[in-house]
Structure formats: structure tokens, C-alpha cells
Design a protein around this ligand. Structure first.
Ligand code: ADP
Ligand code: ADP
Length: 229
């Protein structure tokens, strides 16, 4: 089943006199329940594509469908509802709210949806049961990213979007994040899309989309995805 359909989308940025074609005519179907990795060098359009998937940006031309709904023609309010209720985000730099504790950061996300998972259970799941009252500044990078994953997953989002989720972490900590994302994919059934320029991450994907100069250059099916352990 197709969860998201990107149909001939482009994204052009105007920089004064200069136009930048961040995305050239691109089409992609994302299937319900898959774990998809988008690979490509810096500047190839990965973040632009991810932002469009998450309803944080709209394409300049082309159409975006989520579960049959046309997001590219949605009103701002509908788009906000989509981002809040259907999508979880994990960023390279965690983006936690610094004056809220780990528990409060996750609670805030849980409050956006009906029937979220338990905040305490979610923090337990990512191994942070004892850190619930800590502030982001009191946590290591890996711990902050675990809070960010808990914050995204507590909503049971149908789509979990991750932009360089291991980019700021050491190798071992990065692997732990990937196993957590894979767990959310397998156990909660969230469709997971991970953008990275780190090729080894793609071993755990069911499909690998390779981008180059604003285009999808290749889609690879991986018949035996690895667990990151
Ligand atoms: P990646 O995530 O693969 O590094 P991006 O999607 O961030 O690629 O960027 C693709 C291209 O679009 C780059 O040339 C980048 O400089 C440009 N770009 C991205 N965001 C903006 C923006 N807000 N304004 C102008 N140019 C942008
Ligand atoms: P790229 O891989 O496209 O070059 P970056 O690595 O600069 O992009 O950023 C990846 C993502 O992290 C982007 O979506 C951006 O919005 C976010 N980001 C970049 N810098 C920061 C920051 N200092 N704090 C929080 N988020 C950031």
C-alpha cells in the first residue's frame, strides 16, 4: 500500500537574481511500513525532499499525496494538522526545548495527538527511565537523540522522518539510534524515512533511494536488511 506519493515535484529557491533548483522533477512512492534510506552527497536535495514529505515545505510544482490526501493543495491549517498528527521528526541536532526536561519534551509531543503512547514507557523503551527529569543540557548527545526519538515515536506517527539522525554522534551511539528507529518501524509499524550521507546506514533499509544534483538517480531494493546490532 502506498502511504505517500510524490508526483513530478520540483523545488526552486530564488536567491535574488539566482534560482537554485534544489529538486528537479522527482517522483517517488513510499510504502506503508517500509524503512527507506535516502542517500546522497551534501546539496543533492535530500533535506528539501524530506521537508516536503513532512509538510514543512511545499513543492514549486507537482503534487504530494499522503494516504490519498493532496497535501500540495491543502490549506495551512490542514498541513499543520498533518505535521502534528501523522509525522514524527528526528533531526541531526535533536532540537529539544532546552528549558523543558526530557519528560516534558516528550509530553509536549504526546499532547498533540489522540491516544499517544505513555511518556514514561516511551522513555523506558529508549533506555532513559532514570533521565526523565533531566534537562537537555544535562544529557549527552546520544541521550538527547534518544529523547528526540522518544518524542517522535510517542505520537505513534504513521511517518517518521529523520534528517541525519546519527550525524552528530559517534559510531557506536549512532548504531544504537538506528536500532531504536528500526524498533519503532517494526514494533509500531511507523513508516521510517532516513536521510543521510552515511552509506553504511543503508544496510538496514528495505529500499535505498540515491540522490544526485536534485534528482533520484537510483532506487535499490534490499532483500535482506540488516539489524544494526
Ligand atoms: P542536502 O540535504 O542533500 O544537503 P538540500 O536539500 O539541503 O540538500 O539542498 C539542495 C540544494 O538547495 C542546495 O544547493 C542548497 O544550497 C539549496 N537550498 C536548500 N535550502 C535552501 C534555501 N532555503 N534557500 C536557498 N537554497 C537552498
Ligand atoms: P545538509 O545535510 O542538508 O547539509 P545540515 O546538516 O546543515 O543539512 O542540516 C540538517 C538538518 O538539521 C536540517 O534540516 C536543518 O534544519 C537542521 N539543522 C541544521 N543546523 C541546525 C542547528 N544548529 N540546530 C538545529 N537544527 C539544525
Amino acid at each position: 500500500k502506498v502511504l505517500m506519493k510524490l508526483k513530478g515535484i520540483t523545488r526552486t529557491y530564488l536567491m535574488g537574481e539566482v534560482t537554485v533548483d534544489a529538486l528537479k522533477e522527482t517522483s517517488l512512492d513510499i510504502y506503508e511500513g517500509e524503512l527507506l534510506v535516502i542517500l546522497g552527497p551534501s546539496g543533492s536535495g535530500k533535506s528539501t525532499l524530506l521537508n516536503i514529505m513532512g509538510g514543512m515545505d511545499l513543492p514549486s510544482t507537482g503534487e504530494v499525496f499522503f494516504d490519498g490526501e493532496n497535501l500540495s493543495r491543502a490549506a495551512e491549517g490542514q498541513l499543520t494538522a498533518y505535521r502534528r498528527q501523522e509525522v514524527g521528526f528526528v533531526f541531526q541536532f535533536y532540537n529539544l526545548i532546552p528549558d523543558l526536561t526530557a519528560g516534558e519534551n516528550v509530553e509536549l509531543a504526546a499532547g498533540l495527538v489522540e491516544g499517544p503512547l505513555s511518556v514514561t514507557e516511551m522513555l523506558k523503551e529508549v533506555g532513559l527511565a532514570t533521565r526523565i527529569d533531566h534537562f537537555p543540557s544535562q544529557l549527552s548527545g546520544g541521550e538527547q537523540q534518544r529523547v528526540a526519538i522518544a518524542r517522535a515515536a510517542v505520537k505513534k506517527p504513521r511517518l517518521l522522518l529523520c534528517d541525519e539522525p546519527t550525524g552528530a554522534l559517534d559510531h557506536l551511539t549512532g548504531k544504537l539510534m538506528l536500532s531504536l528507529l528500526q524498533k519503532v518501524n517494526r514494533e509500531q509499524g511507523s513508516t521510517v524515512v532516513i536521510v543521510t550521507h552515511n552509506t553504511p546506514i543503508s544496510a538496514m533499509a528495505q529500499r535505498i533511494v540515491r540522490m544526485s544534483s536534485g534528482r533520484i538517480s537510483e532506487i535499490i531494493e534490499n532483500t535482506s536488511p540488516l539489524s544494526p546490532e
